[in-house]
Design a protein around this ligand. Structure first.
Ligand SMILES: Cc1ncc(COP(=O)(O)O)c(C=O)c1O
Length: 477
């Protein structure tokens, strides 16, 4: 049972036509409907709530008693007021299929449903995360906490975590870096903003992959960068074309390990060309290595950063895929010569962004070998789920829809006939409780292809994929 005092307790509106008790009544109802307050959750006492809101206690009592008379709340005397434990709230499991869903805007092009749905992109297998181990490490950390642990975290990240990441990258991605080059961030958005703030100027130009991750474009635009869309072919970003025909850029953002969203790796000649271009022109390369841990077909190419002899590559990794996205923990590895500049900006603008407890738990998780074991287990599980999903889709999809067999990562691409409106199709599927994304939304230029992107990580049965295939068949017929 939890008591919620935020974030819904901004002051009530004294100038509104609606009486204060009514406003509070509606707030509590909205919080219950949105799932912010769940059955059994305890509300603050009328006295605490009235203090919090700066209103008379009677106002709160009136709102509570109205809600209790309608069955939303239960007054338990000394034990306080709780949300009626018998209230029914929306199901939150992966398999729950909700006919109509509200969506929130996640970025300019990606819509993320409010709850985890089958095929939802970007999320690892939630059912397979070793929560017992995590709980044990958490309990041990909490028991052993000292006063110093209550202070602000170390400015650029917990030293133990920075060195654990540096060793991991050396072993798994061939990146030769010291712990002082690793900066802890709260996610890709944070890492890219950190690069922009430290090395780029508003009005400069960035090369972005087309199609590419919409969030990347959004962050760069927020920094006032001009964007040049560079097409992607079977060898990844077409670097030759960018050099020959695109506006000169100060930065190129790439997903060389596993192109997002088309899944190929950036070929070795193109890696070299890109590195030479950056060294020659003084440009930066931001390597977004978001899910390279998962490769099923052949060995992954080493990270672009591992080939960089001129200090031009900023390497970004994240724990969103290998652990879970709710952890909000990622890292940026900067070239030796840029460490001081990043420390300066980090100290003033981006300092101490992630809670010490999270950093300490991940450091222990890595140091005690759980991280490597978890990745190995997930690689096996994802490969099984990937193969099962591909086979089930191939059995049930109509002719003309082709499954791209991605060699790695966590998602697949269904290529649709070019005249198909993939956005409308994705919307129809979302209304049936299946969260797939329209490929065309990932393009910046007007040279768009039609397709659907879907993740297989949470697909534990073939039936779900067959159902998706059958729905697509019906919708396209
Ligand atoms: C291409 C790409 N880069 C980076 C990320 C990681 O983002 P974050 O670290 O904010 O979870 C994602 C997540 O889906 C992604 O798809």
């Amino acid at each position: 049972m939890t008591t919620s005092t935020s974030p819904s307790f901004a002051p009530l509106d004294e100038r509104s036509n609606s009486p204060l008790y009514r406003q509070l009544y509606h707030r509590v109802l909205t919080a219950i409907a949105a799932g912010t307050l769940s059955p059994g959750d305890r509300l603050p006492s009328a006295r605490a709530m009235s203090k919090e809101l700066g209103v008379a206690r009677g106002t709160v009592e009136l709102a509570y008693s109205l809600l209790a008379s309608e069955g939303y709340l239960l007054a338990l005397g000394q034990r306080g007021t709780v949300v009626n434990p018998e209230l029914r709230t929306p199901e939150r499991s992966v398999s729950a299929v909700t006919p109509t869903l509200e969506v929130i805007e996640d970025s300019d092009a990606i819509r993320r449903p409010l709850q985890l749905l089958p095929f939802q992109m970007g999320v690892p297998a939630m059912d397979a995360f070793p929560r017992k181990i995590w709980a044990r490490l958490g309990a041990r950390y909490l028991r052993g906490m000292r006063l110093g642990d209550l202070d602000y975290p170390a400015p650029h990240g917990l030293p133990a975590l920075r060195s654990a990441i540096a060793s991991y990258l050396q072993m798994s991605r061939g990146i030769d870096c010291g712990a002082h080059q690793v900066f802890i961030t709260s996610g890709w958005r944070h890492s890219l903003s950190f690069v922009a703030q430290t090395l780029l100027q508003s009005g400069e130009c960035a090369w972005v992959e087309d199609p590419g991750y919409p969030t990347t474009r959004q962050v760069l635009r927020q920094f006032g960068m001009g964007l040049e869309a560079v097409p992607v072919d079977g060898d990844g970003m077409n670097v030759e074309q960018a050099i020959a025909t695109s506006k000169p850029a100060q930065v190129a953002t790439v997903t060389p390990g596993h192109q997002s969203p088309l899944s190929m790796a950036l070929s070795l000649p193109r890696r070299q060309l890109l590195l030479d271009w950056a060294a020659r022109t003084g440009a930066w390369i931001v390597e977004d290595d978001y899910d390279s841990e998962y490769r099923y077909v052949s060995r992954p190419l080493p990270a672009l950063a591992s080939l960089d002899r001129n200090g031009r590559v900023l390497y970004a990794g994240t724990f969103s895929k290998v652990l879970f996205p709710g952890i909000r923990l990622a890292y940026l590895v900067v070239p030796q010569a840029q460490v001081t500049a990043f420390e300066r900006v980090g100290r003033t603008l981006f300092s101490a962004g992630s809670p010490s407890i999270t950093q300490a738990l991940v450091a222990a998780f890595i140091a005690e070998g759980h991280f490597t074991r978890h990745i190995q287990r997930m690689r096996r599980l994802y490969n099984e789920r990937r193969v099962m999903t591909i086979e089930a889709l191939e059995r049930s999809l109509p002719k003309g829809v082709q499954v791209d067999r991605s060699p790695g990562g966590m998602h697949l691409l269904l290529r649709l006939p070019e005249d198909t409106n993939d956005i409308a199709l994705a919307k129809q599927l979302l209304a049936r409780g299946m969260s797939v994304q329209a490929l065309s939304r990932w393009y910046l230029s007007s040279q768009r292809h039609s397709g659907l992107l879907l993740s297989f990580t949470n697909c534990a049965t073939a039936a779900q994929s067959e159902q998706l295939g059958a729905l697509i068949s019906k919708m396209l017929s």
